[in-house]
Ligand binder design. Sequence first.
Ligand code: ZN
Length: 433
Amino acid sequence: MIPASGSYQLANARVHRSLTPGLAAPFDADGFALAELAVADGKITNIVAQAKSKTEANAIDLGGRIVLPCFVDCHTHIDKGHIWPRRPNPDGTFMGALNATGADRTARWSAEDVARRMDFSLRSAYAHGTKAVRTHLDSVPPQEEISWPVFEAIREKWRGRIDLQAACLLGIEGVRDKAWFERLAKRVAAAKGVLGVVTYMVPDLEELLDQVFAEAIKHGLDLDFHADETDDVAAISLKKIAEASLWNGFEGNILVGHCCSLARQPDLDVLDTLDKVAKARLAVVSLPMCNLYLQDHRNNQTTPRWRGVTLLHEMRARGIKVAVASDNTRDPFYAYGDLDMLEVYRMATRILHFDHPVGDWPKAVAATPAEVMRLDGDGVLTAGGSADFIVFKGRSWTELLSRPESDRIVVRDGKAIGRQLPDYAELDELMVG
Ligand SMILES: [Zn+2]
């Protein structure tokens, strides 16, 4: 129904207040209003509240279907994606995931293996309506020499369809090898990447964080941390990152993922941490599906008793930028997933209570990650912006989030794209042995 000419008017499109900045319209309690969109030359040339009278004679009447901007997925691991068939998690625990993935990386992650799995993941993300992805890249020697050139090649291949960013990933102990870490930061800078580490409560955490900030400042890099992906209340590296940012006077963007232990800590400690996170202008991304899967997974005789996610509501109330993202897909950290940000939003709604009221939570899968990733104009619908959006069947939140919406229409540069998902069988030969 979207004309191949790429020049048309859409009437009765249901748009959300949080993702249509500047639109004056009678938004309802769920944040929705009906709008008319004009599209030409790959752009949204106009977006206005739906006129009460009749629509333009040749406009396509969407009948109140929801239209959202294309998604932005700011925390993924597409270098790990889809290894599950050859390397499952033996017991569903975090340590099981770490060990299984490490063994697989050492044994199997050639350039070809990584490239084919990354490409597979991006094809899924694109088909589901995502236009920008940040992936972490395991950068433990010698993997950094294999994966960063693969990332650069794939980013070029996907340019114009998915904006791909990468952050290096290593345990913060790796920073102790100062010369090697300096080389890694240089390599990341050469690839226009983001500097990332996983923080643990090691005795020299503050010194190591200072080294990370020093390299980021030296090369003008943004930062991306994995922090406190545990129920251990003694894990307070989110606070340590905020403090390090403040005393280093860091001015770049910082995204921190997980922060699970925060939800287990006493209120006074939480308040102190959130004050610092807000002051340091950190952004936080929660990974609800992966956290639900791995956290509180003790053994097969116990039932999980908490949801694993961090305190997004309390963060948002303090003006901290908050996002949700896919994290892992079909690897030992998460046995499922397909980089479908509608699934992430649906699960986040249930796990994190993004409802009653919905408020501005839709920004968490679009406008906010776009800001964190410095993708100007992504994640919103505005006049003059790219005509990159998704037309759903659902006309309300309950309709949208109750079905998989497998028949959604993804429009890129004003035109509907083919939405064929890659066939798992394509990866079979990589899974042998
Ligand atoms: Zn992650």
